[in-house]
Design a protein around this ligand. Structure first.
Ligand code: 3PG
Length: 217
């Protein structure tokens, strides 16, 4: 298999970011929740889903969610080459990591999994840019200074488009999305733990619809 180039990886991650203003960040503790949760979010207008590899059933959840019509399912919290292999085998079509290591980037290129890698400082952004990654995650967004930092990056680093994640909700998402260098935000607020545990898919679909109605450009 030919290696995925950074340019092709970014073409694919920007499409994921353009799918909707929010990429739900999901921590799935029970695989029985996967289909209902995924279908509710997709029906609510949020097709791109990040399933974090933080639970035992995350890979099985990706397998199930990748069968949902209209869904675009990725694996989050990728830390190691093994995570990349497992995510790809489970059917993930993109990967997300809180930061970036050369080992992880190399593994994603080898496996053909487009990576949305994380950066916080100008040097980290430049390091990813040197490897050809013009689409990046900004994590942890609020704790790292929020939209003000990304607004500041837009002048010296206009070629980089960000997906900020961490501490973002309906109350502050617009402050990011209004910036020229933001295509979408990531967040868990559209899939609150209580609603997921209760299987309240109608509530989750409503949260997704509210996000789309409030935040679409
Ligand atoms: C995470 O890693 O859990 C994401 O950054 C989601 O953050 P949030 O729960 O603050 O939206």
């Amino acid at each position: 298999m030919a290696k995925l180039t950074p340019q092709d990886a970014c073409k694919q991650t920007i499409e994921v970011c353009k799918a909707a203003p929010v990429v739900p960040v999901l921590v799935i503790k029970d695989v029985a929740q996967a289909r209902g949760l995924g279908e509710a979010l997709v029906a609510g207008g949020l097709p791109a889903l990040e399933v974090t590899l933080r639970t035992d059933c995350a890979l099985d959840a990706i397998k199930i969610m990748s069968e949902i019509k209209g869904g675009i399912v990725g694996a989050g919290t990728l830390l190691t080459p093994k995570d990349v292999k497992n995510a790809k085998a489970a059917g993930a079509t993109f990967g997300v990591s809180p930061g970036a290591t050369d080992e992880l980037i190399n593994a994603c290129e080898e496996e053909g999994l487009p990576l949305l890698a994380g950066a916080v400082t100008a040097s980290e952004v430049m390091r990813l840019l040197n490897r050809g990654y013009t689409v990046q995650k900004f994590f942890p967004a609020e704790a790292a200074g929020g939209a003000a930092v990304l607004k500041s990056f837009a002048s010296p680093l206009p070629q980089v488009t960000f997906c900020p994640t961490g501490g973002i909700g309906l109350h502050n998402a617009k402050s990011y999305l209004d910036l020229p260098n933001i295509e979408c935000v990531g967040g868990s607020w559209v899939a609150p733990t209580d609603a997921v545990n209760n299987g309240d898919w109608a509530a989750i679909e409503t949260l997704a619809k509210d996000a789309v109605a409030t935040l679409s450009k």
